[in-house]
Design a protein around this ligand. Structure first.
Ligand code: FES
Ligand code: FES
Length: 174
């Protein structure tokens, strides 16, 4: 199948088998290995990317079903001017990452929450923990991740690199 995706702002055209998974296309086809595969069965959340703004587990999405969509991966977050996004910086400050395997999926998933609440009340701790239920971490115990989200929200940061916030309000990346 001939498919077009817009990945991190770049159009990508390729031919893919109908049963190809989006995570396979991103990692093996496009070399975007920041998206991790922990379980391949939709349980761990390490493969989360944003698809038209919504966080999805890319091991559960067929590439063909994403045709024409805007896909944002962790590479699209970290390459803007080389700066960390507001959430990444907050997670760093709160020691919300250790081995780092789960972190790209966490950033992509939690970024949707930070974005969604940017113009309203900050999410409560129970709301953050509820949002986190799809992302497993073997290292942090989650407390530091929750604090990182709270810090990002308290700082009033949209989920974009700090130095580019004003110019990227409409960008799909977190
Ligand atoms: S690799 Fe997709 S949810 Fe675990
Ligand atoms: S930091 Fe190691 S799995 Fe989350």
């Amino acid at each position: 199948m001939d498919i077009t995706l817009n990945v991190n702002g770049r159009p990508e055209r390729f031919s893919a088998p109908p049963n190809e998974l989006l995570v396979e296309r991103l990692r093996d086809g496009l070399g975007l290995t920041g998206t991790k595969v922990g379980c391949d069965t939709g349980q761990c959340g390490s493969c989360v990317v944003r698809l038209d703004g919504r966080s999805v587990k890319s091991c559960l999405v067929l590439t063909a079903s994403a045709a024409g969509a805007e896909v944002a991966t962790i590479e699209g977050v970290t390459t803007r001017g080389g700066e960390l996004s507001g959430l990444q910086e907050a997670l760093r400050q709160e020691h919300g990452t250790q081995c780092g395997f789960c972190t790209p999926g966490m950033v992509m998933a939690l970024g949707e929450l930070v974005d969604a609440t940017a113009d309203g009340p900050a999410p409560t701790e129970p709301e953050i923990r509820e949002w986190l239920t799809g992302n497993l971490c073997r290292c942090t115990g989650y407390h530091s991740v929750v604090r990182g989200v709270q810090r990002a929200c308290a700082a009033g940061r949209a989920e974009v690199p700090a130095g580019t916030a004003a110019s990227t309000a409409a960008a799909p990346e977190v």
